[in-house]
Write a protein that binds this ligand. Structure first.
Ligand SMILES: [Ca+2]
Ligand SMILES: [Ca+2]
Length: 92
């Protein structure tokens, strides 16, 4: 099991979504736990929460598809990368 199942799943769904008309934002895929198509403040990662009000244009505490267009997709990745780095540093 060298390839993480999550990664395979993400790639699989990305392929599906990009071939269909409506592409779901990877950030919604990652953070939208209750499947309402929006990211609630509580659903966002700590890093995204820090910038939340900046992206939440109508200030309803949700980031919808429109608002997420300007949110860097790196927010969906950063956390795992950071955790990996922290784990490596702990080992040393
Ligand atoms: Ca949600
Ligand atoms: Ca909003």
């Amino acid at each position: 099991m060298s390839i993480p199942t999550v990664l395979v799943t993400v790639i699989f769904y990305s392929t599906l979504l990009f071939s269909s008309e409506e592409a779901v934002n990877p950030l919604i895929q990652k953070f939208d736990k209750n499947d309402d198509g929006k990211i609630f403040y509580e659903e966002a990662s700590a890093e995204l929460q820090e910038h939340f009000c900046q992206y939440d244009v109508d200030q309803d505490a949700y980031l919808n598809d429109e608002e997420l267009k300007v949110v860097p997709l790196s927010f969906a990745k950063e956390k795992t990368e950071k955790e990996d780095t922290e784990k490596k540093e702990e080992k040393k």
